[in-house]
Ligand binder design. Structure first.
Ligand SMILES: NC(=O)c1ccc[n+]([C@@H]2O[C@H](COP(=O)([O-])OP(=O)(O)OC[C@H]3O[C@@H](n4cnc5c(N)ncnc54)[C@H](OP(=O)(O)O)[C@@H]3O)[C@@H](O)[C@H]2O)c1
Length: 359
């Protein structure tokens, strides 16, 4: 039986890689629907390539309607930002499997998503390479024997740049990621380490592990994608060349693996050295703020994300300095009156309000 796939954000970086996975195994995967936002040309290319596509959506309302009514087995959510949250919630409310690239779903509304999962019995398989790595390390293990997890970070393009130079960072420089080719927003989030902080919050919800058992280590080569430490001190790590097609394919075939045709294999002797560093929380305050907002919970992570989306968009338009991204987020967090996370509607309201305040 073919798996019917609904792909949100088909025109983006993860969307394209997901299309490649579907093309590679036409007998296994059937792309039945897509969403896109502004890139009509890429959407048309995709529609031409896959004659199996029956559903196409663009606006938020159309996307939700498609997720709620279409016939599919797996939702691949590759939308960027908070716009991906309501579709994730809608698919899980139908008890569907969600292959999740949109980490913002779990950042803005992780507590609401947890409640939906508990009530409706859907599942989330992560696409983020770090969370896929952790899944690969802990699958088949006794979860009670897991002691901690370690998320690796490339450190972004400014790992070695002195803090005094950060004011001068331009969008062009920040958009050059050293190891991964990704969409613009996540590339900026990687440069501020906000992305790593988001992944900490994502890991907390996916693996039900306390924040003090989630470590971050900077590993510039991006070969070890993350690690799990067990109670006997054993550490399992998942390694590979930085290529998102592996975690996407794994999310679709989990718990099985499939042959990956075109990629070169990891050759450690060729790489020579793997290095590791403590993250610099002073240079990268966004990482610290994610731990703090995640631990505080409730509506604070939603505020963190909304303020960040606004600030990143402003930075990309050259309206603010790189350092002001963290400043805007810090201000938004300090001014927000934290509430309990209760519903999708409440989260979307707060997201809207923060955008209004800081745009
Ligand atoms: N790229 C990676 O390697 C990577 C790795 C791990 C996790 N992720 C996560 O995966 C998600 C997608 O990342 P990406 O790099 O693929 O981003 P991207 O290349 O910027 O693509 C974003 C996709 O979302 C669509 N979109 C943008 N705004 C939207 C809105 N308001 N409503 C509905 N759709 C909207 C875009 O449509 P148009 O292009 O048509 O405008 C595009 O299809 C993010 O959450 C990111 O954190 C990415």
């Amino acid at each position: 039986m073919k798996q019917k796939i609904l792909l949100l954000g088909a025109t983006g970086s993860i969307g394209q890689s997901t299309q490649n996975c579907c093309e590679r195994y036409p007998d296994e995967f059937e792309l039945v629907g897509i969403s896109y936002y502004s890139n009509t040309e890429k959407a048309q290319e995709c529609i031409k390539k896959f004659s199996t596509i029956k559903h196409i959506s663009k606006t938020a309302e159309e996307i939700i309607e498609m997720v709620k009514t279409a016939d599919y087995d797996v939702l691949v959510n590759a939308i960027v930002g908070c716009a991906g949250f309501a579709p994730t919630a809608a698919a899980l409310t139908r008890g569907k499997k969600v292959a999740l690239a949109n980490k913002e779903s779990l950042v803005v509304g992780g507590e609401v998503i947890d409640q939906i999962l508990a009530k409706h019995g859907g599942s989330i398989i992560p696409i983020d390479s770090e969370h896929s790595a952790i899944l690969q390390c802990i699958y088949g293990e006794n979860r009670k024997e897991l002691e901690s997890i370690t998320i690796t970070a490339s450190g972004g393009p400014f790992r070695e740049l002195p803090k005094s130079e950060f004011e001068k960072i331009t969008p062009e420089r920040a958009l050059k990621h050293p190891t991964w080719a990704m969409g613009a927003k996540i590339t900026i989030d990687s440069a501020t380490l906000m992305n790593k902080g988001f992944e900490v919050i994502e890991a907390y919800h996916l693996y039900k592990i306390d924040y003090d058992k989630i470590n971050v280590v900077v590993h510039p080569q991006s070969i070890i994608h993350s690690m799990a430490t067990f109670i006997d001190g054993a550490v399992l790590a998942q390694c590979g060349l930085p290529d998102m097609e592996l975690p996407i394919q794994y999310a679709l075939t989990f718990p099985e693996r499939k042959f990956m045709i075109p990629t070169p294999r990891l050759d450690l002797a060729k790489i020579g050295q793997l290095t590791f560093f403590e993250p610099d929380y002073d240079k990268f305050p966004c990482l610290r703020m994610c731990f703090e907002a995640g631990k505080a919970g409730g509506t604070l992570p939603c505020v963190l994300n909304a303020a960040n989306e606004v600030a990143v968009a402003k930075f990309l338009r050259n309206e603010i300095k790189f350092t002001q991204i963290a400043e805007i987020v810090e201000t938004a967090l300090s001014k927000h009156n934290r509430q309990k996370s209760e519903s999708v509607e409440q989260i979307l309201e707060i997201d809207k309000e923060i955008r209004r305040l800081y745009s």
